[in-house]
Design a protein around this ligand. Structure first.
Ligand code: NAG
Ligand code: NAG
Ligand code: NAG
Ligand code: NAG
Ligand code: NAG
Ligand code: NAG
Length: 406
């Protein structure tokens, strides 16, 4: 089918149907919808690389200079997962990007749909500024009621209300489910210094809505068809959820971010020794340090594709791909050949051609620690568990681990 390119290029998929039955876990479920707003492979690649740089930079300096902020790309394209959240006594709804790579929750990204204070709103006069590498926002800090679902209602949640933002276009703001330490340095207190502000997960736990401070994330592969299943967040005990199969492997969190020690191998050979990588729901592709990336691409036979900025492989090379294996906590988490490629139904979105095959991995800089990201390409194949109570991350297989949807 031929569509006018303008429609194709602004394609937004809103995915609603769900073949998976209600989660059986005792945790509380929040449905999340997937939006695809990608018009160029290069924009997608740059957004993730900026984010990888900001993860590294934070280890050397907490505060972001104006210069650095202006250097970020304006076009932040991605495949994003969005949760609908109700704020205030009037339940004003916002579509918020689910982000494990940051911890402030804020609204007001869409200047045509601003936050309307209600009887539950408390204005603080404190200023909030958060840098995301691929964008930033600043505004005022409020306290208000935030409902993630009927059972997940938070009183007095700290929320930012944006005065200005750059890089957030297909959403109303962010639901930050990263560790609380990432809020340090984001608030400029008008009356007194503010260090960290409790996250939504912190408040759900301290207010008794959940018995353990855990968020399970279920992303599901893109098929491009209208009946793609929905994703799900599970707050609290994830045990028994139909979203995963088999055992959960846990590994300790190593940085302010959701960073964990991993090694990578391909075709039975280790291509990256143990290093710390960030598990990030806000990044679309997998980002791999240069040397490991080169070894991987070399083995696949991939050729750089000018049109998309990704590496292209032939059908024959695809048929002989090996698993790309992430070893975490002593357990192998293989990405099957199908899990390593960009969804072919979305080739036009990245400037690619129908029927061609592109690898969904990108090189970062040569250093290793904090320089690779498990993006949604990984997370749509493995259920992930962000456990604040025990400062660890868990992974488990899912019904989609071996899916051939791409
Ligand atoms: C807001 O939603 C809550 C449930 O989350 C409900 O109890 C309350 O009545 C709603 N308020 C309004 C004004 O709709
Ligand atoms: C709301 O939360 C903030 C920060 O946690 C706290 O300083 C403030 O006292 C709380 N207000 C109420 C009414 O609970
Ligand atoms: C921004 O808000 C306006 C008014 O509600 C709405 O029509 C528009 O679709 C929104 N834009 C995005 C990108 O969500
Ligand atoms: C898609 O992203 C582009 C670039 O960031 C933005 O200009 C556009 O408004 C977005 N489209 C929608 C429908 O959100
Ligand atoms: C690339 O592959 C060739 C064999 O096909 C091998 O000789 C070379 O060492 C490889 N280079 C890297 C960087 O792995
Ligand atoms: C995926 O396929 C591999 C190889 O056939 C098999 O060992 C593994 O158990 C499968 N994983 C799941 C979650 O089905």
């Amino acid at each position: 089918m031929i569509y006018p390119s303008v429609i194709l290029s602004w394609l937004v998929l809103s995915i609603t149907a769900s073949p998976i039955t209600q989660s059986q876990s005792s945790g509380l479920s929040v449905p999340i919808r997937k939006y695809v707003n990608v018009t160029s492979g290069y924009n997608l690649i740059n957004a993730g690389q900026s984010r990888a740089r900001s993860f590294r930079d934070r280890t050397t300096s907490r505060h972001v200079s104006d210069k650095k902020r202006q250097a970020v790309p304006v076009v932040n394209e991605a495949i994003t997962y969005i949760a609908e959240v109700a704020v205030g006594a009037d339940n004003q709804t916002f579509q918020l990007l689910v982000d494990t790579g940051s911890s402030n929750t804020w609204v007001g990204a869409n200047a045509s749909y601003t936050y309307v204070p209600s009887s539950s709103s408390v204005w603080t006069d404190d200023i909030v500024i958060v840098d995301y590498g691929s964008g930033y926002f600043f505004g005022y800090e409020y306290y208000d009621t935030v409902a993630l679902s009927n059972d997940l209602v938070i009183k007095n949640q700290s929320i930012g209300v944006a005065d200005f933002q750059q890089g957030f276009t297909s959403m109303d703001g962010i639901l930050g489910i990263g560790p609380v330490d990432l809020t340090d340095g984001t608030i400029l207190g008008a009356l007194a210094p503010v260090t960290t502000v409790p996250t939504v997960s912190d408040n759900l736990f301290t207010q008794g809505a959940i018995s353990t401070e855990v968020v399970g994330v279920s992303f599901v592969p893109t098929t491009g068809s209208a009946d793609d299943p929905e994703g799900e967040l599970i707050f609290g005990d994830v045990g028994g959820s139909a979203r995963y199969t088999g055992q959960i492997t846990y590994t300790p969190k190593e940085t302010d971010y959701w960073g964990i020690t991993q090694s990578i191998s391909y075709g039975g050979a280790e291509i990256m020794a143990s290093a710390i990588g960030v598990v990030d729901t806000g990044t679309t592709l997998n980002y791999i340090p240069t040397d490991a990336f080169n070894a991987y691409i070399n083995s696949t036979g991939g050729i750089f594709d000018q049109a998309t900025g990704l590496y292209e492989i032939t059908e024959e090379q695809y048929n002989s791909l090996d698993d790309l294996v992430f070893t975490i906590g002593g357990v192998d988490f293989p990405l099957t050949p199908n899990a390593q490629i960009w969804p072919r139904s979305l080739n036009e979105n990245i400037g690619g051609e129908e029927g061609k095959i592109y690898l969904a991995a990108v090189a970062t800089d040569p250093i290793e620690d904090l320089n690779f990201i498990n993006g949604y390409v990984f997370l749509e194949r493995y259920f992930s568990i962000f456990d604040n109570s025990n400062s660890r991350i868990g992974f488990a297989a899912t019904p989609y681990t071996n899916a051939t949807s791409n």
